[in-house]
Design a protein around this ligand. Structure first.
Ligand code: G1P
Length: 277
């Protein structure tokens, strides 16, 4: 059983300045819902109720968002506007939130290691809220959990990307397993390579076995002084313990302006269709 999902949310969101100066980038909304709430709802869809959030300075709005707001609630109670709060109240009611602050920005691996006290000795999910994925069927985490239950090792979400974008991603190489068309035993991976024979990229969803913490403590930082989760996963992959899943769903890179706009248009169209029906 995976009970906990870790959300690294300490980054500065430089690309979204000035919007991200006082508002955490994870709180920027696609339509009316903050990116992080989409992530929390995805975790809930997979039966995960314990949300472990790695925050940083200036991110207090995240804690306030996932908490009751007595003044607002009593103002809206009994009015025609009360329903606007139903969705977030439902999320709050179903989840438990724990927080830890990352003191220094030393890479995604370091952020995950910072979350260790919130996770402990159990397998857990990691969700990067920047990577927003809309699925017609089961969510990405649900798709990954099916694989975790089968293979009982670390699972990463992967997607084919245009060759010219490989330097923005962790890129993997692997072999299809069990006659599937979407599941790979990963044997190699490189963080943001300049060149690669593969265009299979890691997308911001991971299920990690807890030995990842000891690996993260031992691996050296890269040339920029950052500890990369990709380097730690490579060590598990060399032992045959990483499975990559090509998921079904529309993925938006909401860490970029273009992706953010695409996601906004996608969800706006979806809303329009649901209103017409
Ligand atoms: C991180 C990971 C990278 C992965 C990407 C997915 O990079 O380090 O391996 O492909 O997320 O969005 P970032 O985008 O944080 O630089």
């Amino acid at each position: 059983m995976i009970k906990k999902c870790l959300f690294p949310a300490a980054g500065y969101g430089t690309r979204f300045l000035p919007a991200s100066k006082a508002v955490p980038k994870e709180m920027l909304p696609i339509l009316t819902k903050p990116l992080l709430q989409y992530g929390v709802e995805e975790a809930l869809s997979a039966g995960i109720t314990n949300m472990a959030i790695v925050t940083g300075r200036g991110k207090r709005a995240i804690e306030d968002h996932f908490d009751n707001s007595f003044e607002l609630e009593s103002q809206l109670q009994g009015t025609a506007k009360e329903h606007y709060l139903y969705e977030i109240k439902d999320v709050i009611q179903k989840s438990t939130f724990t927080y830890v602050r990352q003191q220094k920005m030393l890479g995604l691996g370091h952020a995950i290691l910072t979350g260790e006290p919130l996770i402990g000795e159990e397998p857990f999910a990691v969700l990067l809220a920047d990577d927003l994925v809309d699925c017609k069927g089961p969510s990405v985490l649900e798709q990954m959990l099916i694989k975790y239950n089968k293979y009982k090792c670390s699972i990463i979400a992967i997607q084919e990307i245009p060759k010219e974008s490989i330097s923005n991603y962790g890129i993997v190489n692997g072999d299809l397993v069990d006659n599937s068309i979407d599941t790979f035993r990963i044997h190699d991976m490189v963080e943001k390579p300049i060149e690669s024979n593969s265009n299979l990229a890691i997308i911001g969803r991971y299920i990690l076995t807890p030995d990842i913490f000891d690996i993260l403590k031992k691996i050296p930082p890269n040339k920029d002084g950052e500890i990369q989760i990709t380097d730690a996963l490579l060590i598990q992959a060399k032992m045959g313990n990483v499975i990559g899943v090509k998921f079904n769903g529309d993925r938006f890179d909401c860490g970029s302006i273009d992706g953010f706009i695409d996601a906004t248009n996608h969800f706006a169209k979806k809303l329009e269709h649901s209103l017409i029906k």
